[in-house]
Ligand binder design. Structure first.
Ligand code: AP5
Ligand code: ZN
Length: 217
């Protein structure tokens, strides 16, 4: 299956993508995680991306599209993928369509996670991530680690993302409304959008998503 996940910052895209990718047997491709890996490895791409990310802006299309394309061409993505955080504006969506068209393949669905803004702010403020693995995501209230600051899965240090400050989150939300939301209409025109509520327990949302994608749990 080839799926695009869309939703505001803090909607639970990363949380759901990890679970859904495992159930569907496809790789979880997150452009945010790819940028953060480049930042921690101090690559040129990481240095460039950091300045945009810390300000809550989108990283320029040219580098983002090249990075996403390169990742989608890896052998593990041959039979499907779950894209999280890409595309993030209409030009990226058009670039993705071009890549898919040259391979004569199509997206199966665009899963739109809906969540009220007040909840988004709470989720982001309490989020803590493991330094060893970006899939190890916690929340101080909703999913606390057994030992504060320590990852339950691997013992790694938990940290708060640089772009999770209140000001940057406000900017990220504005960017979501102005630049990313228009892709929902773009994909509605292709009949691909499935909208579900991203409120409630994590496992229930996964079930909801699988049902919406017409898959058995
Ligand atoms: P990215 O990393 O994609 O961030 P985002 O879209 O802002 O999304 P988040 O990672 O903040 O949230 P999420 O929806 O994954 O939520 P999560 O599951 O963690 O992008 C970051 C930056 O990179 C961008 O601002 C941009 O600069 C750049 N970038 C990335 N892609 C780009 C692109 N294509 N083009 C240009 N620039 C790009 O959940 C949040 C918290 O809530 C967690 O603590 C979690 O435990 C908790 N939680 C999750 N589900 C629930 C639930 N059901 N109930 C209670 N708590 C929950
Ligand atoms: Zn960990």
């Amino acid at each position: 299956m080839r799926i695009v996940l869309v939703g505001p910052p803090g909607a639970g895209k990363g949380t759901q993508a990890t679970l859904l990718a495992a159930k569907l047997g496809v790789p979880h491709i997150s452009t945010g995680d790819l940028f953060r890996a480049n930042i921690s490895q101090q690559t040129e791409l990481g240095k460039l991306a950091k300045s945009y990310m810390d300000a809550g802006n989108l990283v320029p299309d040219e580098v983002t599209i090249a990075m996403a394309k390169d990742r989608m061409e890896q052998p593990d993505a041959e039979n499907g993928f779950l894209l999280d955080g890409f595309p993030r504006n209409v030009s990226q969506a058009e670039a993705l369509d071009e890549v898919l068209n040259t391979e004569s393949i199509k997206l199966d669905a665009v899963l739109d996670l809906e969540v009220p803004e007040a909840e988004v702010v709470k989720r982001i403020a309490g989020r803590r991530i493991c330094r060893n693995d970006s899939a190890h995501v916690f929340h101080v209230e909703y999913k606390p680690a057994a030992k504060e600051g320590v990852c339950d899965v691997c013992g790694g240090e938990l940290y708060q993302r640089d772009d999770d400050s209140e000001d940057t989150v406000r900017k990220r939300l504005e960017v979501y409304h102005t630049q990313t939301e228009p892709i929902i209409d773009y994909y509605k025109a292709q009949g691909l959008v499935v909208t579900i509520s991203s409120l409630g327990p994590v496992e229930e949302i996964t079930k909801r998503a699988l049902e919406a994608l017409k898959r058995e749990d």
